[in-house]
Design a protein around this ligand. Structure first.
Ligand code: COA
Length: 273
């Protein structure tokens, strides 16, 4: 497949893992309108790209993302409502709609600063691993704005209520280590282990049945706002749909391997052996 190149983002592929980076290290990967338009296009293509089995979102240089570009996204569009709206729509589209519904597993690899609007793509990814010394901050309060878009909604979902309130209302920074304690990320690791740990998670996910992983992540997100009866019904229909779509599941290949062939045990190996 011929790779497209972009001005504000970078795509690198390696054995099924696609590393997608915001590429404005000199601006700590702050999100300009150009970043939003490039990401919208890239994620639309990568969603159906056969070489992409797992997507890792990260940032070039020493930042994951310093939030919205206070100059290019806010100030320069103050008197241009059409451009402001266009950028705002693209910003929400890629960071939430395209990313949280991406059909393959997604991992946020937080390699440094993670501020403000960057929490949206952090929470949209299915998994997150950070440098234990990365600096996180809901800094909006300092700029006279609230954590808008869907940032407040996301932190209220991911953090315990007291922590969400504290960090959003004070704007105080916290480390990757603390982000793990808060439940915002899966794990915090030393900087020199970050890429290897991310790759290990990605490779583990690739060994599983891709349809099951996809349906599972969709189910976990969907049931969050359902009552228990609706969730039970939804999950039954979802499982039915999975079995119809995937011959291996429908044909009970996994069960046969465990019960009859005795060639596979879930605690000791992946679904596909
Ligand atoms: N918007 C616009 N420009 C930004 C930016 C942002 N969110 N974050 C960083 N930059 C720019 C700086 O203006 C600077 O540009 P310049 O070289 O043209 O002057 C460049 O990126 C480097 O920033 P600098 O502050 O010198 O780097 P640093 O490594 O010392 O600090 C941060 C990095 C991220 C801690 C600091 O830049 C910062 O606090 N940024 C604001 C983050 C924020 O609050 N984002 C939420 C927006 S709602």
């Amino acid at each position: 497949m011929v790779e497209k190149t972009y001005e504000n983002i970078k795509i690198e592929k390696e054995d099924g893992v696609t590393w997608l980076s915001i590429n404005r290290p000199e601006k700590r990967n702050a999100m300009s309108p150009g970043v939003h338009f490039d990401m919208e296009d890239a994620l639309t293509h990568l969603a159906v790209d056969k070489e992409t089995k797992v997507l890792v979102l990260t940032g070039a240089g020493n930042a994951f993302c310093a939030g919205q570009d206070l100059k290019a996204y806010f100030r320069e569009n103050d008197n241009n409502p059409v451009e402001r709206r266009r950028a705002g729509l693209a910003s929400h589209h890629w960071r939430w709609e395209l990313l949280s519904r991406f059909p393959k597993p997604t991992i946020a690899m937080v390699n440094g600063f993670c501020f403000g609007g960057a929490f949206t793509q952090l929470c949209a990814c299915d998994f997150a691993i950070a440098d234990e010394e990365a600096i996180f901050g809901l800094s909006e309060v300092n700029w006279g704005i609230i954590p808008g878009g869907v940032v407040s909604w996301n932190v209220a979902q991911m953090m315990m209520p007291r922590h969400a309130m504290y960090y959003a209302a004070t704007g105080k920074n916290f480390t990757g280590k603390r982000a793990e304690e808060l439940g915002l990320i899966n794990s915090a690791v030393p900087a020199d282990r970050l890429r290897a740990e991310t790759l290990e998670l990605a490779q583990g996910l690739m060994k599983l049945n891709q349809n099951v992983v996809r349906y599972t992540k969709e189910a976990i997100r969907a049931v969050k706002n359902m009552d228990v009866e609706t969730a039970r019904d939804y999950l039954a229909v979802k499982q039915d749909s999975l079995a119809r779509m995937d011959q291996e599941i429908g044909g009970r290949v996994g069960l046969n391997k465990f019960l009859d062939e005795k060639s596979y045990r879930p605690g000791l190996g992946p679904y596909k052996v």
